[in-house]
Design a protein around this ligand. Structure first.
Ligand code: KG4
Ligand code: ZN
Length: 347
């Protein structure tokens, strides 16, 4: 077979993503987001997300096929996010993928969302170095993974023990009166702010914490520290310097993320660090990671922002890799598994 043509469907959170790839070449990346419908709640409402996926699914598939200039029956396989994610949201994507696979008589690959965040980088920077160290930071997850072969297994080295990094950005943005999702707004505000204005805590970095949680993260203490600081300012009747607080908060998050990611890479003797997930779009995180990694002789790969946030191309990219490496497809009764472990790459 020439390079496999794969259609990938992503519905684990609030983005209905349909991507089409041929091998490592991206042909279409159609995304319909329901983020505006969740904004007034300050977070994603699962029922609203599921309904939006249902409405967006067929038009998004049609848009992707049109952009790629293909007919549905041209594809060699269908890939879909099997988990982890919101149960009802995942079910919409999995049901759509099964219908396509059955109707077209094509194999189906139910893949892990986190592994897909890793695989997507191949569309931009070519084959993944093996092994590589992946840091995935988004609204739902913050993990350090050792990736030997993204189609067979991913080794978790550490993860957040409370809030995800993106969740911390969203909650702190809310405290500062910035819109949801907060990450991009904090990123922008921080550019005008002083990152050493407040010395916010760096979670799980004390010597004692490092003994048990060397590669784990904690962001809930940081979020509380920002809340206390803002409350104290408001009580004293002084204005809150939003840009400075945003910059100081962002500095604390990026400091811990990059420190632990590089420590993990060094400890494993790995020379390539890949950063993915929505928070990988953060400008300070990108700059700090490159600067600190280069000092240790580690190369950094970060997909462009549009491929870092949830999309269907990442699912298609992992599916295409599964086909190229001859992995056995999933059964047609594959589940939507909201708590799919990161060690399971293919359902
Ligand atoms: O990967 P993603 O689209 O969805 C999840 O799987 O969660 O990530 C969304 C998260 C949100 O929390 C959002 O605030 C954050 O990524 N984010 C950012 C930036 N852009 C998006 N966080 C920090 N800086 C950014 N520039
Ligand atoms: Zn994600």
């Amino acid at each position: 077979m020439s390079e496999p043509l794969v259609l990938g469907i992503e519905t684990s959170c609030d983005e209905t993503g349909v991507g089409i790839v041929r091998g490592h070449t991206l042909l279409a990346d159609a995304v319909a987001s329901s983020v505006d419908e969740h904004a007034r709640f300050g977070g994603v409402v699962p029922e609203v997300a599921s309904r939006a996926h249902l409405e967006a699914m067929v038009p998004t598939i049609e848009r992707a096929c049109e952009t790629a200039g293909i007919e549905l029956y041209d594809v060699d396989a269908i890939a879909v996010t099997s988990g982890p994610g919101l149960a009802g949201a995942l079910m919409v994507g999995v049901a759509a993928a099964k219908a396509l696979a059955l109707g077209l008589g094509k194999p189906i690959y139910g893949v892990n969302h986190l592994a897909a965040h890793v695989a997507v980088d191949q569309l931009e920077h070519g084959p993944l170095p093996e092994p590589c160290l992946a840091m995935l930071v988004s609204g739902g997850h913050s993990s350090l993974l050792r990736v030997e072969d993204v189609t067979t297994g991913v080794d978790p080295m550490g993860a957040t023990i409370d809030d995800a990094a993106g969740e911390a950005f969203d909650k702190v943005a809310r405290l500062l009166g910035l819109p949801f999702p907060g990450g991009p707004h904090i990123d922008r505000a921080a550019r005008e702010g002083d990152s050493v204005y407040v010395d916010f805590p760096r979670g799980l970095t004390s010597r004692k914490d490092l003994e048990r949680h060397r590669f784990d993260f904690s962001f809930s203490g940081l979020k509380t520290a920002v809340a206390r600081w803002v409350e104290a300012r408001e009580r004293s009747g002084e204005p809150v310097p939003v840009n400075d607080v945003a910059a100081s908060f962002q500095e604390a998050v990026c400091d811990v993320l990059t420190r632990k990611a590089i420590d993990a890479a060094v400890s494993e003797g790995i020379d390539d660090l890949l950063i993915g997930g929505g928070v990988a779009a953060n400008s300070r995180l990108r700059a700090m990671a490159v600067e600190r990694a280069e000092a240790k002789g580690i190369r950094v790969r970060v997909p462009r922002p549009g491929l870092c946030t949830d999309n269907g191309a990442m699912v298609a990219a992992l599916g295409a890799e599964m086909v190229a490496r001859g992995r056995t497809p999933s059964e047609l009764d594959l589940p939507a598994d909201s708590s799919m472990p990161v060690t399971t790459v293919l359902a």
